[in-house]
Design a protein around this ligand. Structure first.
Ligand code: ADP
Ligand code: ZN
Length: 605
């Protein structure tokens, strides 16, 4: 609704601008005004060259060809004097009518026309949808099967049953059971929800209608609802079939919540139409609705009721075995060298989703092709992964020597902290080649998939993040702007430790989460806790960061010779990997040396 009103306001604004612009344009055409008496005086002095008379309005040029205009009470009386001086005289009929009809009216007419045209377009869009824009089922060439989906066996198992229903409805409902109507796939983007839905259709050999929730949300109230009805009508005609609704949260958000008024009426109507359609199937119509979302928490409970989306399948990013399987599926599509061990690749890509792994393989194939190779090798995959994780190298960027030096110490600071602290992820690569928006990168790759983090791990993470800036401070006695991302991450982590994970002994095991989006009805930013607690939270976050900072300071000051050494080598070689860094720092040596108070010696594999 707001969108609708906003569009008209914009249009109104455009009209106003057009009218003003047109009038200014008209006025600009007017030469500077001259008082009648001055005109007479100048005429007397023979300074007028030519005039044009329009009733009482006189315009003309003076001897210097400067235009002027004036108004004469009795122009006829002037004529003899003008003639006498041999001035060129031109006469025109008097201008007609009021300025409204000549200036504002044509503009209004034009804008009105445009408005009517736009409305007609929209109406046209409404009826066009039913004919043309209705999603057409995928053809058999694009057929996807469960063989194309890897690494999510649990989800696949749950969906096998749906495939059976679609293939052979009779055998399932033999004992009076009802075919599941809706399946909700929930999980982060890129985990293969769309792929799975397509695979269900492919396995069952039924048409697949795909539409995105945002396609329903339109400027005009009622369009979305009519789209829903059209879609279901077409699907029923082709039953058995699958309707896939991506991003269902765009229509299915909890009704009556959302403080934002944006598109409220329209969305509610669309959602209601969807619910009505889902309830209105006859038992012999085998249409399964598969919906996907990454925000199951905002969905209207009415959608999740039995008989609607009563099957909910969670899809999580794959674990290491899943990643191996997904990599295998996608490696088949490219010329992969036999020497590549996909298990290694899977190990170095924790947290990657299916889509990211697919992208990784594709990027590495492009990389290898650019180097005129016949096959994709491990180094291409590594390079592609670095590019995905850290952004592309910016070799062309000119960096002055001072900046390079600061960056080298900064990255060395991160790396040394990561090496010395226990319970941290191993350092994989350190580089001072600018990548993406960073001047340098210290990359850590976890050994295994982690799902929970200890307080110690998180504290150490903060210390590592602060290590860059601390190294700069120790060596140069000042700060650069290069640490801004680190500080952002530090603040974020510390805040979550205190507010979300209950890791502060002062505030205790309670969650203090702000509703940032306000979808629970409160206005954005309102806090479910008192002013005092807000202050305590701030103090606690500061305290946490300060403690970590002090420790980082102690460690790096104690290991300053490693800092100098690593920075010097970075300046020379630009990039070193984790193993080289181990050697450079002489791990064995470090362990034997005395470690500052309160810090455990680094445990090394
Ligand atoms: P989502 O719908 O969850 O955002 P998609 O299904 O669109 O994700 O996934 C995008 C692409 O990523 C797929 O086309 C496929 O190439 C790849 N992909 C994602 N998950 C998997 C998987 N489990 N197995 C194989 N490929 C996958
Ligand atoms: Zn940094």
């Amino acid at each position: 609704m707001a969108k609708y009103v906003r569009n008209y306001l914009l249009l109104l604004f455009a009209v106003a601008v057009a009218v003003v612009a047109y009038n200014i344009h008209q006025m600009e055409g007017q030469p500077p005004h001259l008082e009648y008496s001055s005109f007479l005086a100048r005429l007397h002095e023979g300074e007028i060259r030519e005039v044009t008379l329009r009733g009482g309005q006189i315009t003309g040029l003076d001897r210097l060809n400067q235009p002027f205009s004036t108004y004469a009470p009795a122009p006829a009386a002037l004529l003899p004097r003008l003639e006498e001086q041999g001035i060129k005289i031109e006469a025109r009929p008097e201008p007609r009518g009021s300025s409204f009809w000549t200036s504002t009216f044509p503009v209004l007419l034009l804008v009105g026309g445009v408005m009517i045209f736009m409305v007609l377009q929209q109406r046209g869009g409404l009826s066009r949808f039913s004919e043309k824009n209705l999603p057409t089922p995928l053809d058999s060439k694009q057929k996807v099967t469960f063989a194309d989906v890897a690494g999510i066996p649990e989800a696949q198992e749950e969906l096998e049953e749906i495939v059976d229903c679609l293939r052979n409805p009779g055998s399932i409902t033999r004992l009076g059971g009802r075919i599941p109507r809706g399946v909700l796939l929930q999980g982060p983007p890129g985990t293969g929800k769309t792929l799975l839905a397509k695979a269900i259709a492919g396995e069952a050999g039924v048409p697949f209608y795909s539409i995105s929730g945002s396609d329903f949300v339109e400027m005009f109230v009622g369009v979305g609802a009519s789209r829903v009805r059209e879609l279901f009508k077409a699907a029923k005609k082709h039953a058995p079939c699958i309707i896939f609704i991506d991003e269902i949260d765009a229509v299915g958000r909890s009704r009556g919540a959302a403080a934002s008024a944006g598109g409220q009426d329209e969305r509610e109507q669309t959602l209601n139409a969807l619910l009505v359609e889902m309830d209105g199937f006859r038992s012999d119509e085998t249409v399964v609705i598969v919906a996907a979302t990454n925000r199951p928490d905002v969905l209207d409970p009415a959608l999740l009721r039995p008989g609607r989306f009563d099957r909910q399948v969670n899809i999580l990013p794959p674990d290491i075995n899943g990643r191996i399987k997904i990599l295998e599926v996608h490696a088949r599509l490219v010329e992969m060298a036999d020497s590549v061990d996909l298990a290694d690749v899977a190990r170095s890509t924790p947290g990657f989703t299916g889509a990211e792994l697919a992208n990784l393989i594709n990027e590495s194939a492009l990389m290898a092709a650019r180097k005129h190779k016949q096959e994709v090798e491990l180094e291409d995959i590594e390079e592609a992964r670095d590019k995905i994780l850290m952004g592309a190298e910016r070799k062309g960027l000119v960096i002055n020597a001072e900046e390079r030096k600061v960056t080298a110490y900064h990255e060395a600071g991160h790396a040394i902290m990561a090496k010395l602290l226990p319970n941290t992820d191993p350092v994989h690569k350190i580089t001072i080649i600018p990548r993406g928006r960073a001047m340098g990168v210290t990359q850590q790759v976890p050994l295994d998939d982690r799902h929970a983090y200890s307080r110690e791990y998180l504290m150490n993470r903060i210390k590592i993040l602060l290590g860059g800036r601390t190294a700069e401070e120790i060596v140069f006695r000042e700060f650069s702007t290069g640490a801004s991302n680190d500080l952002q991450a530090v603040t974020n982590l510390a805040t979550r430790m205190v507010c979300e994970w209950g890791m502060s002994s002062v505030l205790g095991p309670r969650a203090y989460i702000k509703e940032a989006t306000g979808f629970l009805g409160g206005d954005a930013g309102s806090r479910p806790y008192s002013e005092e607690i807000a202050r305590a939270i701030d103090a606690e976050i500061n305290q946490l960061i300060e403690t970590c900072y002090q420790e980082a300071m102690i460690i790096l000051e104690g290991k300053i010779k490693y800092l100098h050494r690593l920075a010097a080598i970075l300046l020379e070689h630009e990039t070193i990997d984790g193993k080289e860094a181990d050697i450079i720092m002489g791990c064995a040596q470090i362990e034997q040396e005395t470690v500052p108070v309160g810090i455990e010696p680094a445990s090394k594999e």
